[in-house]
Design a protein around this ligand. Sequence first.
Ligand code: NAD
Length: 267
Amino acid sequence: MTDLRGKTALVTGSVQGIGLAVAKSLAAAGARVALHGLANQEDIDAALAEVREAGAPEARFFDADLRDIPAVEAMMREAEAWGPIDVLVNNAGIQKTASLEELDTATWDAIIAVNLSAAFHTMRLSLPAMAQRGYGRVVNIASVHGLVASVDKAPYVAAKFGLVGMSKVAALEYATAGSRTSGGVTVNCIGPGWTETTLIEPQVQARAAKYGGDRDKGVADLLAEKQPSQRTSLPEEIGALALWLCSPVAHNLTGTTIPIDGGWTAQ
Ligand code: NAD
């Protein structure tokens, strides 16, 4: 069992989907949890209640549009003051499919800002203090698309490959921080394949349309193309791995990307 009592975790994009599942997983291990995302007050309150219910001794919401660098910096100052942040999960992400020819520059800029640049800012603003304390965990939620490409996803694939690369650099720069006893500072990515959240819904619906709107057939069609297990992942399965990466026994696992993709990237 990973014990995160006395530790504080910041999970970006954690009012729903994979981020909320990761936050609940860390909460169940006793972490204080800083939630974040773009949401209305009702959804924020519901997410805070879920995380407290899961076991977080304290939970607080931090507000920042990740496309706005000064807002990210302000959030990090506030979260470090409330924390300090021992576990940083860069999870927030956006996705839009379009061919290179059809892609507009605003979409490119937004996907790179949220899926890649935001993680640079949160990491540069939290890793030095983690190193001073001898324990820190950065878990970046990348994607299979940080390891392989698909058509119509140029900015998403560029951002996720960038996140995988940046995580390796950070892992090297902080490799000697701390000790086996303190837990060290590690930086890793998780690379999910198809996972049941609203992010994939437009792609599911596009496939479902081929089968008269049958969602199950749409999901099966997506899986048949790429994910050999023919099963989607559940957000809490990503949460379970994120929690394990936070354990002291994982002190020497750094600079990696672990796919949870039913064999997608084994092909
Ligand atoms: P989701 O759409 O359910 O959640 C995304 C979160 O990001 C939300 O909380 C949202 O508020 C936040 N967010 C988006 N734009 C933001 C902005 N500008 N500023 C602040 N917060 C912002 O998606 P999800 O499926 O839970 O995705 C979580 C992560 O997992 C993403 O990085 C995604 O790329 C990755 N991922 C998902 C899948 C999948 O199949 N669902 C597969 C591979 C990787």
